[in-house]
Design a protein around this ligand. Structure first.
Ligand SMILES: C[S@@+](CC[C@H](N)C(=O)[O-])C[C@H]1O[C@@H](n2cnc3c(N)ncnc32)[C@H](O)[C@@H]1O
Length: 268
């Protein structure tokens, strides 16, 4: 099955995919020549994308640590990409090796590579599923084996919802996931906003190389609406670099220039 997040345009046996392209920018080891070439094309058109990818991976780490400090020991990550380079389970299990993590992604090649990477780690599972089917995702035996839905869960979707068009109603999907979680659970989201630089980059990509991967950019207020019914943790939905920054270096001089927003909601 072809993934909608496969990047079109090459004829290799393995198509470049968003997750492996991100791996290039995160300086991981799970990508190939096609992915590097495709990453180079994106960088040519939108040179700030690698910076945003690194900023969102740092956010995953900060949210994981925050949730751990709130007592959360089990995590579900929707649209995970490759589980290396300071991804969720690495951060959580460095804090407590008993943390349980379930990753979910649609892309079959990414899932098979990820399962190899995670082999031997019995507290972590990697599901191949479309996150739009909440009941299927939450009902998977591997999910049920690792996640106890009577205890608080930290559920993250970091730079994933932008792959869902408005017709998929991502707000309703977030609400449906939140509905299935017990009180005291958290939902963490990040999302690329309308950014003239990014928009121009996507247009330039179409002119130079053909169709770019389809994404829906959403403004801060739209992301905020996805938290309806949840209690937004301070400081609310903010530019990603301003969500619980840990060092001044991570914030940089113009954090508001990163048109990527993040927030964390708590279920009462
Ligand atoms: C930009 S990557 C983000 C990966 C990771 N969350 C991170 O922060 O590095 C988006 C991921 O979402 C996955 N994805 C997109 N739509 C999906 C869907 N409907 N169901 C499951 N995974 C999906 C893609 O395959 C890709 O690996």
């Amino acid at each position: 099955m072809a993934s909608p997040t496969e990047a079109p345009g090459f004829d290799g046996t393995r198509h470049p995919s968003i997750a492996r392209i991100n791996d290039c920018w995160l300086e991981g080891a799970n990508h190939g020549q096609d992915d590097r070439e495709y990453a180079g094309r994106i960088e040519l058109c939108a040179p700030h994308i690698p910076y945003l990818v690194r900023a969102s991976r740092a956010l995953t780490g900060r949210m994981t640590k925050y949730l751990f400090d709130q007592g959360v020991r089990q995590f579900v990550d929707l649209g995970s990409g490759i589980p290396t380079q300071r991804h969720l389970h690495e951060v959580a299990q460095a804090l407590d090796p008993r943390c349980h993590v379930v990753y979910v992604d649609l892309d079959p090649a990414v899932v098979s590579d990820s399962r190899e990477i995670l082999a031997g780690n019995d507290q972590v599972a990697y599901l191949q599923a479309d996150i739009r089917d909440r009941d299927l995702v939450l009902g998977e035996p591997a999910m049920r084996a690792l996640i106890d839905f009577s205890e608080p869960v930290g559920l993250l979707a970091i730079e994933t919802l932008l792959y869902l068009p408005d017709s998929a109603d991502p707000g309703a999907l977030v609400a449906a996931y939140a509905d299935a979680l017990p009180a005291g659970s958290f939902v963490g989201l990040s999302h690329c906003g309308e950014d003239s630089q990014l928009r121009e980059g996507l247009d330039m990509f179409s002119r130079m190389f053909g169709q770019p991967p389809a994404v829906t950019l959403r403004e801060r207020e739209e992301l905020e609406a996805f938290f309806t019914g949840l209690e937004l943790v301070d400081p609310g939905v903010v530019p990603v670099l301003l969500w619980h920054p840990q060092t001044q270096d991570e914030v940089g001089r113009n954090p508001e220039l990163a048109h990527m927003y993040a927030g964390l909601g708590r279920k009462r």
